[in-house]
Design a protein around this ligand. Structure first.
Ligand SMILES: Nc1ncnc2c1ncn2[C@@H]1O[C@H](COP(=O)(O)OP(=O)(O)OP(=O)(O)O)[C@@H](O)[C@H]1O
Ligand SMILES: Cc1ncc(C[n+]2csc(CCO)c2C)c(N)n1
Length: 288
């Protein structure tokens, strides 16, 4: 749908187009988002019960990984992510014996082309009963892609309110980061959140009105909206310091970076999928 810019003397046609947009927005389904999984206990009273799946990628584990592990119904390591789980998880529990920590944090599955997992790590988890899924025949999709695909096809996992959290997805190698963002786009109908210690990103499909509940004790205020797959010609937001009203976001023109959340809820509508990103507070910045 494309609308003319407001004329200096608004015509009846202009008012009709505005009303039609308003009706269109009111009729849109709402998609709610919340980073409550970063809180020690996820709130149960508002909204449906969510099912979390955790993917561990091959980068240093973020500090909140044990928390996400506890929330998750299924835990999958992407190839070399298993090395990170094996090496890094005991570091979060310095007073405990490393071996007992490793026994406690046993992944359900390791999936990928298995060119990065160390032999000792593969043997350790295999002996514990972790399923090792060798997908080395596929050299066209990344290990993250393979893990997401595995999770969304799990027959015994409730898929209707599934949130997939992938840690270690940001920072580090730029080709990997872009590959990870491409997985967001390839699975645009899946609620997949990519996380590092410092920020998270997720896709906002253009077919919904998005309501993002801000957990101000653990995230923000810095945030951004990135028109990753092409221009979003009509973007409207509320709850930001620099809001947009039917504005175009486009690479080479305007991309909303260094924006800031102002309240408890941010709303977004767009006509092309956007990436939402928000900072995650360091432990010393957190407030209750
Ligand atoms: N430096 C990094 N930055 C961002 N993501 C990463 C980085 N390193 C690994 N990953 C993520 O972890 C996954 C597993 O990494 P691993 O090193 O085992 O595989 P790889 O063989 O290097 O990558 P792939 O097989 O996916 O090309 C990758 O698919 C990617 O999603
Ligand atoms: C055009 C093109 N570029 C790169 C790769 C390489 N590649 C992409 S995903 C992947 C699997 C990694 O586990 C590999 C090797 C390709 N196949 N096609």
């Amino acid at each position: 749908m494309s609308f003319p810019p407001p004329p200096s003397f608004p015509t009846l046609e202009y008012y009709c187009s505005r009303i039609s947009l308003k009706v269109h927005t009111l009729a849109m389904a709402v998609m709610s988002h919340s980073s409550a999984y970063l809180l020690p206990s996820t709130p149960t009273e508002d909204g449906p019960a969510l099912t979390y799946a955790l993917i561990i990628l091959n980068q240093r584990l973020p500090k909140f990984t044990p928390l996400l592990w506890n929330h998750a119904r299924v835990r999958v390591c992407a190839d070399g992510g298993a090395n990170r789980l094996f090496d890094d998880m005991p570091l979060f529990f310095p007073l405990e014996d490393a071996h007992s920590v490793r026994l406690r944090y046993k992944p359900d599955v390791v999936k990928g082309d298995l060119d990065s997992i160390r032999a000792d790590v593969q043997e350790f988890y295999s002996n514990l009963g972790t399923k090792i899924e060798d997908a080395s025949h596929d050299q066209d999709t990344t290990d993250l892609h393979k893990c997401v695909d595995y999770i969304v096809h799990m027959p015994n996992l409730e898929q209707s309110n599934l949130r997939i959290l992938a840690v270690g997805a940001l920072g580090g190698r730029f080709d990997h980061e872009m590959g990870n963002i491409n997985v967001l786009c390839r699975f645009s109908d899946v609620q997949l959140i990519l996380l590092s210690d410092h920020c998270l990103i997720q896709l906002l499909p253009h077919t919904y009105l998005h309501e993002i509940q801000i957990q101000s004790s653990i995230e923000g205020p810095d945030c951004g909206l990135i028109p990753i797959g092409g221009p979003s010609r009509r973007t409207t937001t509320t709850g930001l310091k620099w809001n947009l009203t039917d504005a175009e976001l486009s690479f080479g023109k305007l991309v909303s970076t260094s924006n800031s959340v102002q309240g408890d809820v941010v709303t977004v509508t767009c006509d092309s999928d956007l990436l939402w990103t928000i900072t995650i507070k360091r432990p010393e910045e957190k407030c209750s």
